[in-house]
Design a protein around this ligand. Structure first.
Ligand code: GRF
Length: 193
């Protein structure tokens, strides 16, 4: 996939909201031996909390109006090319990428999902997991293909569900695990090159 010849991989993170995974990817990127350079943050939401974080850290941010998806993706592709982006990390980005877009960045787009994929694809995972009285849940980092939450799995981590768990409590515990797992998954795919 991504070519790494003793250099850093230019990375873009796509967000729509809070940005805790963006923060963990950024913290990883500034470590001494990190092999990514976080060049760009793309968001479809100008109110995303993660945007404030990116601005504070002097990362270039681009807010994209998604009213017209095809136009929006054209703009995104233009920025990705302008900043020579080689890896896209989706981190709470609430838009579905078109097949055309994914094909252009084949094997270079990864995502984090708050369940043990292939179980519980899509939204409201924590609610569904608790309703089904699952014993475990967790999170998964995977490559993005043209089917939702279905690409090849890179890493996943499991946690136990307690009787006292609510969707909110579970979300909070899993998010902490997500924030650790995302940089590990990036390291894993880049070390294979
Ligand atoms: C995370 O739970 C992630 O798994 C899901 O969206 C949420 C984003 O959280 N895809 P944050 O914005 O990174 O804090």
């Amino acid at each position: 996939m991504v070519k790494l010849i003793g250099k850093k991989i230019n990375c873009a993170v796509f967000i729509s909201g809070r940005g805790s995974n963006l923060k963990s990817i950024y913290n990883f990127s500034i470590k001494k031996n990190a092999n990514i350079d976080l060049k760009l943050v793309i968001s479809d939401n100008s109110y995303a909390k993660g945007i404030l974080f990116a601005i504070k850290k002097n990362i270039i941010t681009k807010i994209i109006n998604y009213k017209n998806k095809s136009e929006a993706e054209k703009k995104v592709l233009k920025f990705l090319s302008e900043y020579n982006i080689e890896l896209i990390c989706l981190a709470g980005f609430m838009r579905i990428l078109s097949r055309k877009f994914i094909n252009k960045f084949n094997h270079k787009i990864i995502n984090i999902h708050p369940s043990l994929l292939p179980k519980y694809k899509g939204l409201y995972t924590h609610e569904r997991v608790i309703k089904n009285k699952e014993k475990y849940s967790g999170c998964t980092v995977h490559f993005v293909n043209d089917r939702i939450d279905s690409g090849k799995i890179i890493l996943k981590e499991k946690i136990k569900i307690f009787k006292s768990d609510t969707p909110k409590k579970l979300e909070k515990r899993i998010l902490r695990v997500e924030n650790q797992l995302y940089p590990k998954a990036i390291k894993k795919i880049l070390s294979k090159i």
